[in-house]
Design a protein around this ligand. Structure first.
Ligand code: ATP
Length: 198
């Protein structure tokens, strides 16, 4: 699997649609300070489902939408698409090419698409969970993160190792299953109440 392209529109400093095409191997992006290099990394994290403004170097999630410049008005939405080559079947679905899109509006609404079909964030996370690509999988090490990793506390280091080893996704599944069990327990209590009432 490799990342074929990143399309960015309305995200941070990318007011107009920009498509960054990548080839297998190492790609380096060079540019002066403040030209938007890290914004590209933020865009990748964001499309993979990042929900914490701080991880995207902002204070609110609205900060990721282009806020205007001297020559261009602010925009109402941000959209990022990753195009992944899946010829090696690293992602267990029957597509040789997969596109993942996230769109956000100033109202706070977010939309996710898999191959242009609307889906839930959970669908994207589940699909990527076996591939090593994902928000918590350290496939993206953004600015400042390396220092955090080197200096982090043992608990945080454990999380990092678990994330990389793929244990985290099972922990997430366990959490979701436990939440469902608790909800089911509550329903059973409610049913007992109704039964005894009747
Ligand atoms: P450095 O080399 O200093 O780390 P960089 O090339 O990584 O810089 P970024 O941090 O990616 O640069 O980009 C910073 C630029 O993005 C700033 O000019 C900032 O004004 C702009 N920017 C960030 N968010 C928005 C936004 N919502 N709307 C418009 N511009 C934005």
């Amino acid at each position: 699997m490799f990342l074929r392209s990143i399309s960015i529109r309305g995200f941070k400093s990318f007011a107009n649609k920009s498509v960054i095409k990548l080839e297998p191997g190492v790609t380096t992006i060079v540019g002066p300070n403040g030209s938007g290099k890290s914004n590209i990394v933020d865009a990748v994290l964001w499309v993979l489902g990042e929900q914490r403004p701080k991880s995207l170097r902002g204070s609110t999630m609205q900060d990721i939408i282009f806020s205007g410049s001297n020559i261009k008005q602010s925009l109402g939405l941000a959209e990022v698409t990753l195009r992944l080559d899946n010829n090696d079947g690293a992602i267990p679905i029957e597509y040789n090419e997969i596109t993942i899109t996230r769109r956000a509006y100033r109202s706070g609404e977010n939309e996710y698409f898999l191959n242009n079909t609307p889906c839930r964030l959970l669908d994207i996370q589940e699909m990527l969970s076996d591939s090593g690509l994902g928000r918590e999988m350290y496939s993206v090490i953004s600015q400042g993160k390396l220092d955090n990793i080197l200096n982090c506390k043992p608990e945080a280091r454990r999380q990092l190792i678990e994330g990389t080893a793929g244990v985290l996704k099972h922990k997430e599944r366990k959490k979701r299953a436990l939440r469902k069990l608790i909800a089911t327990d509550k329903n059973i209590v409610r049913i007992s109440d109704i039964l005894s009432e009747i």
